[in-house]
Ligand binder design. Structure first.
Ligand SMILES: C[S@@+](CC[C@H](N)C(=O)[O-])C[C@H]1O[C@@H](n2cnc3c(N)ncnc32)[C@H](O)[C@@H]1O
Length: 364
């Protein structure tokens, strides 16, 4: 099964699909740092703006996957939805879908997508579904979407993402989202697992905190947050929030997860204000290897970039490969179910019903 990948980033989603048994035949992103990491670990990637991609220059595919950029849909952003020109990258994606008519499409986005409305007050997710159900008179998809928490699929992180899966209407098979996984060893979901690894692994450098963040971190205990910092040490903007905590809905900045917890969502900006990026025991950010582990990248996946914050950005932007693996496997099962008269497909499907053992989703 051949996959085309748009908005591929450093390859989190693609790696999961490869682990599930797909062949990624082309990938695209316009960010040079993401492309370098992708090329170093996975393979060739077209470094170009999707708007300039010529659909007929791309090889045929069975599945198109892509997480069109989340900023316009993020609840943290201004929520302009499709009004923001980046929202129209969804329509660039449809241009490729219409040309290649893949058997399945898989899109991933942030949770904020579900509450975003378009100019006429309709929910964006309903619009996306409707558009995919009626692409043109000969092309439509049966669409299902679901909000998944990565930690329910073996990823040591509470990270919610929406997956939208469309199966071409002529395919006589029904897609089912993967069942949640009960980990064989629940300890592998904790912060304790994240920080205990072989000291020879690559990318153990960390991005230094600002002097102000370092000072605050000194007061924050394991399992705590900015609320542990004495008032007189808080910077002015935090004092303003502390003075009117109800108005600001009691935000939980500078969360430092404890070793027996599941870490919160790692964001692309990796700022302690908006994500649990503080090491539980040391006054520093998690290092690059640790954030990669939180995102379920295998320990031999490398992030060799000159600018360290770019490594945090590409990792924070990624779909956790383990989550993508489970979604990819469910898509593959659906498509091989359809091809059940094809002996080789059926064999592959059978072999995939075996769950991977502990940390065996290593990079091929
Ligand atoms: C959320 S990230 C996708 C991460 C990826 N799915 C993964 O699992 O690693 C979105 C990506 O879209 C890329 N992007 C945004 N606008 C683009 C454009 N116009 N053309 C190509 N890539 C674009 C960004 O560079 C970013 O890497």
């Amino acid at each position: 099964m051949r996959v085309g990948s748009l908005f591929s980033g450093c390859g989190g989603m693609d790696l999961g699909f490869i682990q599930a048994g797909f062949d990624v035949v082309w990938a695209n992103d316009f960010d040079k740092h993401a492309c370098k990491v992708y090329a170093d670990n996975i393979g060739p990637i077209i470094h170009q703006d999707v708007c300039t991609l010529e659909a007929d220059s791309l090889d045929e595919i069975d599945v198109l996957c892509g997480g069109f950029p989340c900023q316009p849909f993020s609840s943290a952003g201004k929520r302009k939805g499709v009004e923001d020109h980046r929202g129209n990258l969804f329509f660039e994606t449809l241009r490729i879908v219409k040309h290649h008519r893949p058997k399945a499409v898989v899109f991933e986005n942030v949770r904020g997508l579900l509450s975003t409305k378009n100019a006429t007050g309709n929910k964006l997710i309903d619009d996306i579904q409707e558009v995919l159900e009626n692409l043109d008179e000969n092309l439509s998809y049966k669409v299902k979407w679901k909000l998944l928490n990565a930690s329910h699929y073996g990823v040591p992180q509470n990270r919610y993402r929406v997956f939208i899966v469309g199966i071409r209407s002529d395919i006589e098979a029904e897609f089912k989202f993967p069942a949640e996984i009960i980990p064989q060893n629940p300890q592998e979901l904790t912060v304790d697992w994240i920080i205990n690894y072989d000291k020879d692994l690559p990318n153990q450098e960390h991005w230094k905190l600002s002097p102000q963040a370092s000072l605050m971190a000194e007061y924050i205990k394991e399992g705590g947050s900015w609320k542990d910092v004495p008032y007189d040490v808080l910077p002015p903007r935090f004092k303003r929030i502390a003075d009117n905590i109800k108005h600001y809905r009691s935000p939980n900045f500078y969360r430092r997860f404890s070793r027996n917890e599941i870490n919160g969502t790692i964001t692309a900006s990796a700022q302690p204000e908006n994500c649990g990026i503080l090491h539980p025991l040391e006054n520093r950010r998690y290092n690059v290897r640790e954030v990669a582990r939180i995102q379920s990248f295998p320990d031999n996946f490398r992030f060799d970039l000159d600018m360290i914050q770019e490594a945090y950005k590409v990792i924070g932007n990624a779909v956790p490969p383990r989550l993508a693996y489970h979604v990819g496997k469910a898509v593959l099962d659906t498509l091989t179910q359809h091809n059940s008269d094809n002996i080789s497909s059926a064999k592959r499907s059978r072999s995939l019903t075996k769950e991977p053992s502990e940390r065996d989703l290593i990079l091929k």
